[in-house]
Design a protein around this ligand. Structure first.
Ligand SMILES: [Zn+2]
Length: 406
């Protein structure tokens, strides 16, 4: 039995963190093969050994190794197979932060299969961003998107709509209404959007509206420069971080008009404010914070430093943050530092290494979906449960980290 104990110590199956699925399957096969080889040696020894007491001892060891080989195959390999076959959505909210190279496209799929896509990435690139949305839909096992929310009319958010509607059935589009930015590009983005969604349902949302998704609460916090005073079920509380917040300039761009949402799934909360900029962030949470605390924060504005004021980031107290920056887009050191230092933050995941920043303002590589350059398109996938626990998977490495319930 000592030998078995040594063998078990030698063979340490892949845990959820640090080993890919393929590595776990491979190591299970290796363990099974090792057990069977040892069994064969034992069998030979049993029949060759002259003393009956030794034969009995060896026979016992052979039985134990057989049991070990069965354990390796049945308990280590089989669950992998069962997981692969089982419907992945049972009781889970899945959130995909899709890599659109510094834009936003975030897919939420409720346990019911009902879906919300927040923004669509960039135009052009031979439909690259629609393809990446389709890849996330395929992973989630859905064939249509029920709601597409456009946070604002910059091309890294609304630009992918024509390609999306060419390839994906969409239930309805939601947005903040008229374009408010006096710039030729943004006017053009808005006109292109309106023509692309012709024939689809469109609904203009306001702070306090909800987006009805079976099993989720999705509340609009901000839209068209306005914000909510109180979220149903959350008591606004004085925000102690407002006193030290500096003044932020007016922002006449569409960023300040971003639709921001709070998604609640049981005890799990996710905040996505699009590209909302500092002055509107502070208006939303000062003097009272109507959001409370959250589990997952989509770092606002891809980690630009004219968003992510301390007054909001510290007040909402995220446990985990995902920054949807590009290799050379956003991911600014000051914003990264504020999110990184926010009280209670466990991990800051990034879609890309911020290559114009430095090592001190980038997370360790295992937390980064695309460490080098543009083009790889790896997403970060979140799976949340109603008890508030959730996991984040880096689809490049298949490393998953679990975060416990609160
Ligand atoms: Zn943006």
């Amino acid at each position: 039995m000592r030998r078995i104990a040594r063998l078990l110590l030698f063979y340490q199956p892949g845990t959820a963190v640090g080993f890919t699925r393929q590595q776990q399957i491979h190591s299970s096969f290796t363990a099974a093969a090792r057990g069977i080889t040892l069994l064969e040696h034992m069998k030979t020894a049993v029949y060759d050994h002259p003393k009956s007491s030794s034969r009995r001892r060896l026979a016992r060891q052979a039985c134990a190794f057989t049991a070990f080989a069965a354990f390796a195959v049945c308990f280590l390999l089989a669950p992998q197979w069962i997981r692969a076959q089982a419907p992945p959505s049972a009781g889970q909210l899945r959130i995909y932060s899709i890599d659109v190279e510094g834009g936003q496209s975030t897919l939420l799929v409720a346990p019911s299969g009902e879906s919300l896509l927040v923004d669509t990435g960039w135009p052009g690139n031979n439909g690259r961003d629609a393809e990446r949305v389709l890849a996330a839909m395929h992973d989630a096992g859905i064939k249509r998107i029920d709601h597409v929310l456009i946070t604002h009319y910059h091309d890294d958010h609304v630009g992918g709509v024509p390609e999306l509607v060419a390839h994906v059935e969409v239930g309805e589009f939601l947005d903040h209404g008229e374009n408010r930015e006096d710039a030729a590009d943004t006017r053009n983005n808005y006109a292109t959007y309106l023509s692309a969604i012709a024939g689809h349902q469109r609904r203009i949302v306001h702070p306090g509206d909800t987006i009805p998704i079976d099993g989720l609460s999705v509340v609009v916090l901000t839209a068209d420069g306005e914000h909510i005073g109180a979220v149903p079920g959350i008591k606004p509380t004085p925000n102690s971080y407002c006193a030290s917040e500096h003044a932020w300039p007016d922002d006449p761009t569409e960023n300040s008009r971003s639709v921001g949402i709070l998604v609640t799934f049981g005890k799990f909360k996710f905040l996505d404010l699009g590209d909302l900029t500092g002055k509107k962030e502070v208006a939303l949470v000062c003097p009272n914070n109507p959001i409370g605390t959250i589990d997952l924060y989509l770092v606002t504005h891809h980690g630009m430093d004219w968003s992510n004021s301390r007054a909001i980031v510290d007040a909402v107290h995220p446990r985990v943050a995902i920054m949807n920056n590009g290799a050379h887009k956003a991911g600014k050191p000051a914003a990264w530092q504020i999110v990184h230092d926010s009280p209670g933050l466990i991990d800051l995941w990034q879609l890309h290494t911020a290559e114009d920043s430095d090592a001190a303002h980038n997370s360790p590589e295992w937390l980064i979906a695309n460490p080098k350059g543009d083009g790889d398109g790896h997403a970060l996938k979140v799976v949340a449960l109603p008890d508030g626990s959730f996991s984040v998977t880096n689809t490049r490495t298949e490393v998953t980290k679990q975060y416990s319930r609160k």
